[in-house]
Design a binder for this molecule. Sequence first.
Ligand code: ATP
Ligand code: MG
Length: 392
Amino acid sequence: MKRKAYFSARRRHGHSNLQRSHRNIRHSTVRTIPIASIVNEAQDAVCYIDFTCHHLYSNDHLRELCPSMPTRRFSSMEALSAFFLEKFEQNGADLDVVKLLWQELLDKRFTERPQMDARRIQVGERILQLIFNFMTTPRGVFIMWRDDTEAIRFEEQKDAFLAELSHDFRTPLTAITGYAELLTYRHTDDEKTHAMLKLVKQEAERLERLVDNFLDYQRVSYSEELLNRETFELKPVLETIVASYDTTSMQHRIVLTANDDVTLNADQDKLLQLIHNLMGNAIKYSPDGGTIKIHVTDEDGTLVLSVTDSGIGIPEEALPHIFDEYYRVDSDAHRPIKGTGLGLRICKRIAEAHGWAIQADSVYGEGTTFSIYFYPASVTETLPPPEREVYE
Ligand code: ATP
Ligand code: MG
């Protein structure tokens, strides 16, 4: 009985909703709002181009930004195009860039469904961001104009400041690590001094890494265009990395298994940064020491590099978050180990800029494996997978 009552109540409820929505549709078809008033009332600098009637609508905010963009009807699309190109050129835009942009706009005017797009364009001293909203009924495009000049200038100043800061930070740190190393060798007979100097060197190196991570993260946007790609052999690069940890980390044994003939097309500095971040984590989160394995293999035609440790591991619920900005696992084992929570975010950005994938697998209390999948475009040559046992 109860169940029946439940269903009939729902049906009644559904029916009244339907009736209401029909009323709404009827209502909305009757009352159409003219485009001119939508454009006028917009709180941003906006214009609308009607492709069918060759009509340009603009609002006061846009006319403040560009006085030569009045609301106007044109005799043809060609006349409207000529007007646009002329106005942009008069205001100091590069005509070739504007032509390309305008052509793109015309190509998209018969788009099947509404879509959005954005372009940045330099007009004289100003940098404008144009956000296009293509409409299908009626055929037209809303363009929102934003003056990004100040924001970009601020970004440039921030970049310059960070570049300077990064230089000023690194110079004394390099001196500290250099002298600490020198003194460590001079005091090999005095155990206590030797241990203290080693600690100074280790901590200065850690600070160097933190500064590198933080400043690079702030300064560099890891995009495909900014990569300095070159083709190189992977194994010697990995051997250099392993050698650099052999001296700094006595508690950990590092095992490398990789074929000789694998070449990669990548930004070598960025790849080094990525692997150093993974290695740094593997060592840091294995406080009791242990073996760290760097392994290169071929998985169904994709080259995969993995870094495996037998450290404290990552709890299952934390795994989906570890690539997030400033995320740090909050567990008893993790809490005493310091960091900024940026290393893996940087790794992910470097991998994504190259078109690679990066993945973490872990068992809490047992250890962690990070794998980088170098998708085929980056690999110029791979040999069959190495035989693991032979190398270990
Ligand atoms: P830093 O920015 O100095 O690298 P961090 O090491 O804390 O600081 P990430 O490298 O981004 O930051 O790592 C994010 C979090 O993921 C770490 O705080 C740690 O909790 C966890 N984590 C990363 N690698 C490992 C690992 N190999 N074993 C266990 N936990 C790890
Ligand atoms: Mg880290």
